[in-house]
Every structure is written in C-alpha cells, then in structure tokens.
Design a binder for this molecule. Structure first.
Ligand SMILES: Nc1nc(=O)c2c([nH]1)NC[C@@H]1CN(c3ccc(C(=O)N[C@@H](CCC(=O)O)C(=O)O)cc3)C=[N+]21
Ligand SMILES: [Mg+2]
Length: 312
C-alpha cells in the first residue's frame, strides 16, 4: 500500500476513492536502506567505468579544523567511497590554516589529473572567506555543486552536478512515492548548501519537482501558519528538534535535513517522537538524509570522472 498526502490533511491509507482511512503510524522514509540500494547501482556503474577507461574515480576532501557535523561526514564517506570502488584522500588542515594556504592546496588538486572530485568541508574557520575558496574549486571537479557556474546551471534547469543533500532529498521523495508536482513544499532554511538549491530544484520542471515552493527562515513571520500549509515540509535550519507536531499538517511528508549534537546524541531539526504522530511520512535522524547525501556524493564523483575523461 502506497502512502499518499490527503487533500483533507489526513493520513490516508487504502483506497482514496472510497476515502477509507486507517489510523496508522507515519510511514518511515528510510534513507539508510535507500542509500544502500542506490550504492549497489553506483558500484556497478563505477566498475563499468573503470573497466572501460582504466581510471579509478577519485575524491579529494579537505577538512580545515574541527566541526561535529563534518566529523560524522568524514568518517562515513571514506568508507562509502571504498565500498563502491571510488578512491578517496582526506586532507586534514589545522584550524589556524590561512586562506592562502588553503587556496594553494586547491590549486594543486585542480591541477592533479588523478583527482576527479574536490570537496571542501563547510563550515570553514572564521579567518577564511568561504566564497573565495569555493570559487577556486574547478567547476568540473565541484562535486558539491557550490561553484557559481554550477549554481547558475541548476537555476537554469540544466545541472552539471546536483548538490548532494538536496538531490538526496529528491531521491527519497521519488522512491517513497511522495508526489511533488502541484504539492506545496515548504523549506525551512536558506543555506547555500541545502535550502537555497533545494528550493530551486523543487520548483523546476522535471522529476521530484514541479512543486509550489515556499522558503522560510529565521526572519519569517508566523512560521507555524506557513509550515502547517505544507504537503511536504523540509527542515534544514540547524536547530535541534525545532519542528514540533503543531507545525505540521496531518498527513504531510516531513524530511529532516538536520544533523545536530544534543547531549551527545545525533538529532535532527525535527522532534521525531511527536511529529511522527501527525505526519503521513517522516525521515529519521540518523538513518535519513545523511546516508543519502553521501550516496549522491559518490554519484557526483563518478560523473566528474566521466566529464574529465570527455574533456581531456
Ligand atoms: N562541503 C560540504 N558538503 C557537505 O555535504 C557537508 C559539509 N560540507 N560539511 C558537513 C555537512 C554534514 N554532512 C553530513 C553528511 C552525512 C552525514 C551522515 O552520514 N549521517 C549519518 C550519521 C550516522 C552516524 O554515523 O552516527 C546519518 O544521519 O545517518 C552527516 C553529515 C555533510 N555536510
Ligand atoms: Mg549541513
């Protein structure tokens, strides 16, 4: 039985024509399981690419200083690369690294033909200007899709790379039968890494898109009134357990992008325990968007390796 958003805002299972309603718990959008399935497909594509080209796709990640969310990311993505046959190198730089030193490293990675994807972990320490660093990454190796050229291509609806977290969210919606066309999608958060690109992608023509999109942020008035109108609610604000049950329309699909540490535990931006009583479908943390972000990074690294072969 497919989960669906009810126009009356009820968790409707069964036959919508007869309006049979079952009171059932929210459908869990299991990002971990989906990530595993998609990684199987990526592993097979990597193997085909490597057999045909003799080239092993390679990702270089740069981490400056320490950040809790970045630490989780680093730990999981190295293993994920190895599991699908992608090579990876982690460049760990001290927190006091200067912008010039970081730009020097990026120049080297840009020029290195055996590096196909480059990822600079955000946030960067205060003395470094993020924009200057992201602009310096070769647009053809920009597996995060943060370079202005790649952002422009996304906005115009002809992406080269799709940003990993937003793309992971779209895949979760597709694979769990959440209809986006004509739906009201409300995104809380306007970051360059999640909110802003996701809003753009959801409003485009195409799969997992064609939504009516509203973007909310820290300056939004009457936030709850807006979030309660969402058929699809996406929380990407970076505040632990921020989204409560009274902010959610019954039957809505809720996607939790947050990765926060609270009392030593990993929690999302959604108060899962109460929101799951109201939502029609909900993604957990951990085991939701996080593993999907990594999966999309693997796909983008393969895309980058393919692109670089074509252009060299
Ligand atoms: N340039 C850049 N791109 C990013 O995409 C980026 C970044 N910088 N900086 C840090 C954040 C954080 N992030 C995570 C991705 C996956 C998990 C992840 O695997 N989460 C597992 C964790 C499970 C666990 O190990 O406890 C889960 O949610 O199930 C976490 C965090 C990407 N980020
Ligand atoms: Mg984040």
């Amino acid at each position: 039985m497919k989960w669906r958003t009810g126009e009356a805002g009820l968790r409707r299972f069964g036959n919508p024509a007869t309006r049979t309603i079952f009171d059932v718990p929210a459908h869990i959008i299991d990002g971990k399981a989906l990530a595993e399935k998609l990684r199987g497909e990526i592993a097979s594509d990597v193997s085909t690419f490597t057999n045909e080209s003799g080239v092993t796709p390679h990702l270089a990640a740069v981490l400056v200083g320490e950040d809790p969310a970045s630490a989780v990311y680093v730990r999981n993505k190295e293993r994920a690369c190895a599991n699908v046959g992608i090579g990876s190198t982690l460049h760990r730089l001290p927190a006091e690294t200067t912008q010039a030193e970081l730009l020097e490293l990026i120049g080297q990675l840009n020029a290195n033909d055996s590096v196909h994807g480059i990822l600079v972990q955000l946030p960067l320490p205060a003395q470094i200007e993020e924009k200057a660093v992201l602009d310096a990454v070769s647009a053809l190796k920009d597996v995060d899709a943060f370079h202005p050229e790649n952002v422009g291509l996304i906005v115009q609806g002809r992406p080269r790379f799709l940003p990993c977290t937003p793309c992971g969210v779209q895949q979760m919606l597709i694979h769990h039968g959440v209809q986006t066309a004509g739906a009201h999608a409300v995104v809380i958060g306007r970051s360059e890494i999640v909110g802003k690109p996701l809003v753009n992608m959801l409003m485009q023509k195409g799969e997992a898109a064609n939504a009516t999109v509203t973007v909310c942020h820290s300056r939004t008035r009457d936030l709850n009134d807006i979030t309660r109108q969402a058929d699809i609610l996406i929380a990407a604000i970076g505040l632990p357990l921020f989204v409560k049950a009274d902010m959610v329309k019954p039957g809505a699909a809720v996607i939790d992008v947050g990765i926060n540490r609270l009392e030593g535990k990993l929690v999302g931006d959604v108060d899962f325990d109460q929101v799951c009583e109201v939502a029609g479908a909900i993604s957990p943390v951990p085991g939701g968007v996080g593993p999907m972000t990594i999966t999309m990074l693997l796909r983008n690294t393969l895309t980058a390796a393919t692109l670089l072969r074509k252009t060299s």
